[in-house]
Design a protein around this ligand. Sequence first.
Ligand code: SF4
Ligand code: SF4
Length: 325
Amino acid sequence: MHSKDIMVNLYQLFNMHQSTQTELETKGLVFDIKRYAIHDGPGIRTTVFFKGCPLQCLWCHNPESWKNQVELGFRKSRCVGCGQCAEVCPREAISFVENRPVTDAQKCMLCGRCVDVCIAGAREIIGRQITVSEVMAEVERDIIFYDQSGGGVTFSGGEPLMQPDFLVVLLNQCRVMNIHTAVDTSCYAEPEIVESVAERADMFLCDIKHMDSEMHERFTGVGNDLILENIRCLSQAGKKIIIRIPIIPGFNDDPENIEATGEFTASLPVVGRIDILPFNRGGIEKSARLTGENKSMLTETPDEEQMSLIAQSLSKYVFEVNIGG
Ligand code: SF4
Ligand code: SF4
């Protein structure tokens, strides 16, 4: 090879290395990374929870994922009123009302000192900025379990599609490492983002919460048109999809809506399976801890018989229906 060609190749190699290094330093906001997850796709998985979500479902079991910023959480039920938090706060952001601390979010700089001194575990910093290489270091710890169980990594949230640059680099890295990837999404995102992520992800876990757009908006804050369109596009692109339906009594468990969801799923060119997930009150209680609001309109949880009947109705439309994912 000519020496000039060798120089050009070395230059290209150097540039590739540099861009990979830069990509690995891409930062995203996550609120948790859970190892050994078994309900977020096939096999044993590591689930990375992105922070920030365009929906606010009344039954959400991860309300700490809503804001796309780091925040300070407080569990009133754990607080013993010792006053340590107020003593160490460098901003004097904590005052006491009826023996309980009240934090002024405008003054708080999220330094975490009050969290460190709270022996009752009533305070926590929710969310952290993390680089792609840090996430991958965590993910790569369990490659042996993914290989043995047919598992991999699931990007969940919150809404992973809200941080597309971070997600795309993570998916690229997983592909290089031959790690199976799933994206657990509401599908409420620009179609270009969905398309770009679909090129790199192995499968999608897509929620369908209600087939009626007005009802959808009332309970989640957004309509469902974009969501259904994106699911259809993913299916037309041949992506493997699991449809997930949270069963919320009084919201989406009526026969009309269940049949409509089944019909929509059956109309997709590629159908994986449907998972139906019974509503549990944990999300409401967590939400009350963060927002102080109690969504008491959601009180019932569906029983086993009701879940079986819904599964039976849906099994007319798809080959496999699972209760609980
Ligand atoms: S340190 Fe913890 S337990 Fe003590 S007052 Fe503050 S939040 Fe409550
Ligand atoms: S995180 Fe820091 S600034 Fe915010 S309330 Fe706690 S001690 Fe004060």
